[in-house]
Design a protein around this ligand. Structure first.
Ligand code: HEC
Ligand code: HEC
Ligand code: HEC
Length: 90
């Protein structure tokens, strides 16, 4: 565990000078329940440009964008989760 932490810290220092670092996962909280977007899990399975155009940067995740182009459209096309409770967890 300790070793892994050190390696991760080194990686962070090595890359942060040139690149913005995305969190491994982001959680959005709302009335419908929490949605956890596993950025790392998605990035391991597909290229950055599946979601980012040009240099990867922040993408606005709102109710409308998430239910459309930013999340759900791809799930419909590629067999990801599309039911409310698949994304929103109480
Ligand atoms: C692919 C994942 C996904 C699916 C499927 C999905 N949502 Fe969402 N939804 C999100 C994300 C991400 C947000 C943005 C959360 C925020 O605004 O903080 C969101 C936002 C919302 C919001 C506004 C924020 C809140 O929780 O109060 C509501 C209401 C909502 N969704 C309802 C639904 C309903 C109803 C369904 C099913 C018909 C559904 N969602 C299906 C991902 C999803
Ligand atoms: C499945 C879609 C998807 C893939 C694949 C993906 N990203 Fe992201 N990325 C996002 C979303 C959505 C956000 C915005 C998350 C948030 O902060 O709400 C984001 C945010 C970011 C940010 C901004 C972080 C911040 O908070 O400023 C960077 C940098 C980033 N991604 C880099 C990458 C890189 C590099 C790759 C490839 C290794 C990648 N992303 C792959 C969807 C994706
Ligand atoms: C470019 C395609 C693509 C985009 C964009 C995308 N996803 Fe996914 N997502 C997938 C696929 C494909 C799977 C199924 C992966 C599997 O079953 O191995 C998946 C799985 C998931 C899962 C269930 C597995 C897990 O990782 O927890 C959740 C939750 C999820 N996505 C949320 C989101 C949210 C929230 C967004 C938008 C911020 C998003 N996804 C954007 C392709 C995408």
């Amino acid at each position: 565990m300790k070793k892994l932490f050190v390696v991760l810290m080194l990686l962070t220092f090595a890359t942060s000078a040139t690149l913005a670092i995305a969190a491994d996962s982001v959680t959005y909280d709302g009335k419908q329940g929490k949605v956890t977007f596993n950025h790392k899990g998605h990035s391991d399975k597909m290229k950055c440009d599946a979601c980012h155009q040009g240099t990867p940067a922040k993408i606005a995740v709102t109710k409308d964008s998430a239910h459309g182009a930013v999340c759900k459209d791809c799930h419909k096309a590629k067999g990801g989760p599309t039911k409310c409770g698949d994304c929103h967890k109480k």
